[in-house]
Design a protein around this ligand. Structure first.
Ligand code: ATP
Ligand code: MG
Length: 406
């Protein structure tokens, strides 16, 4: 008898754990689950649903913790920093917040946030995701109301790096409490559904999906096109693709927010970001030679920003390299402003040398860089291919731009 009951008890315990972490659980579901635990009978459908919800909750929490939250705080996911270093982007945040909250022009059309590598797409999306969530909004205490989306307005936030179309469809389905596992299934289900579900689904890193082209054509564009009827609007983050080909695939279904455009980029934001990073005021445990030297941090921040162009990534890597140096920059030496890296390749090289010395991957990437004879690599794919050809392992663009750095 006891042996007979054990599976039921275990399942029930799992379900209760699921209940503890699930977002929306009704009193009826609690009572039903407890009854089934006590009686030791088979697995009721509610237990499966609760398990699924718990899995979704975990998945969501991981993407928040590993991607959206650190990006939105302006730090690398591997960083020990706890404070928020997000700077500026008020125009983009203001427009996107109004759109999320259902205000302003073209409200029914989805949005695609784009820009060059490291321009800050994930940071903007991460900031919106964090501030729309009651559990994480307090991480951004200084945000004015016009950049605060309605709590709970974002129904799901997915980072789709390396994911297939059906994996993404299945995750969106789960977030919508549907049980579809393919893009075709999800679209058909939504086509047949009568009720609207007014929500926004965030999908970041589309260019890095297993097949970005298919993901857009088979799932995201049709979803975006149906937004008027379904109420489900997309907030996408993607690099534009070669000759903007990824953007083009959305055709008229989405409006593009290009963070590199002058109206969205205030270069003072980048200077401010470097200043905040160097000072590390909200992280007293961090060692920085710029602590309590706001004037120095501001002038170095301004000079780094000039060299970094439109790239928060270049600015960030440079700031971290500067901090690793121990001594602050000597601003009395001639031409000190010109010494900072101006490309992602150069900034990475310096970061790898100063902040992350050691390891075969480092040798491989630096060797590839050395072979480029000082020109660096504008395209991370070229760098990855060179490192693969010359080194000890196979490297991808992602290794270069993210995995190694984060
Ligand atoms: N406005 C900002 N304030 C503070 N930090 C920022 C800001 N924008 C970007 N960053 C930081 O700069 C780094 C690069 O930005 P991010 O990863 O958002 O770029 P991206 O455009 O998503 O790049 P990719 O094309 O590689 O996905 C991140 O660590 C991010 O947190
Ligand atoms: Mg990104």
């Amino acid at each position: 008898m006891l042996i007979h009951l054990l599976p039921g008890v275990a399942i029930g315990a799992g379900a209760l754990l699921g209940l503890a972490s699930a977002d929306r659980v009704t009193p009826t579901s609690v009572v039903l689950t407890v009854l089934l635990v006590v009686s030791g009978t088979g697995v009721p459908p509610i237990v499966d649903r609760l398990r699924e919800r718990a899995a979704l909750h975990t998945e969501h929490a991981e993407q928040l913790r590993g991607h959206f939250r650190p990006s939105g705080r302006g730090v690398l996911p591997s960083s020990l920093r706890e404070g928020s270093y997000f700077a500026g982007r008020t125009q983009a945040l203001g427009e996107l917040t109004a759109w999320i909250n259902g205000e302003g022009p073209d409200v029914a059309r989805s949005r695609v946030v784009t820009g060059a590598p490291g321009s800050g797409k994930s940071a903007v999306l991460g900031r919106l995701v964090s501030t729309a969530d009651a559990r994480t909004r307090s991480e951004t205490p200084t945000a004015p109301d016009q950049v605060l989306p309605r709590l709970g307005a974002l129904g799901a936030a997915l980072h789709v790096r390396g994911r297939t179309v059906d994996e993404v469809a299945a995750e969106i389905s789960r977030a919508l409490s549907l049980d579809e596992t393919t893009a075709g299934g999800l679209l058909a289900r939504l086509r047949d559904a009568r009720e609207r579900r007014a929500t926004v689904v965030v999908v970041d890193g589309v260019d890095e999906a297993a097949d970005a082209h298919r993901l857009i054509v088979d799932l995201l564009e049709p979803l975006a096109a149906a937004a008027g009827r379904t109420g489900i609007r997309l907030l996408v983050g993607t690099r534009p693709g070669a000759e903007d080909d990824l953007l083009r695939l959305f055709a008229g279904s989405a409006r593009v927010v290009d963070l590199d455009e002058a109206r969205y980029l205030d270069r003072r934001d980048i200077a401010e970001y470097v200043r905040l990073t160097l000072l590390a005021e909200s992280d007293p445990q961090i060692t920085t030679a710029y602590r309590s030297r706001p004037g120095l941090a501001a002038s170095v921040g301004a000079a780094v920003a000039v060299r970094s162009g439109r790239s928060f990534l270049v600015a960030q890597l440079t700031a971290l390299s500067l901090m690793a140096a121990g001594e602050p920059v000597d601003t009395s030496s001639a031409g000190w402003q010109e010494a900072f890296p101006a490309t992602v390749g150069a900034a990475m090289e310096r970061y790898l040398q100063d902040v992350r010395p050691g390891g075969p991957w480092l040798r491989d990437l630096l060797m590839a860089l050395a072979w480029s004879q000082g020109d660096g690599f504008d395209d991370p794919r070229t760098w990855a291919a060179a490192a693969t050809a010359l080194g000890t392992d196979v490297y991808s663009e992602r290794d270069v731009t993210r995995l190694i750095l984060r």
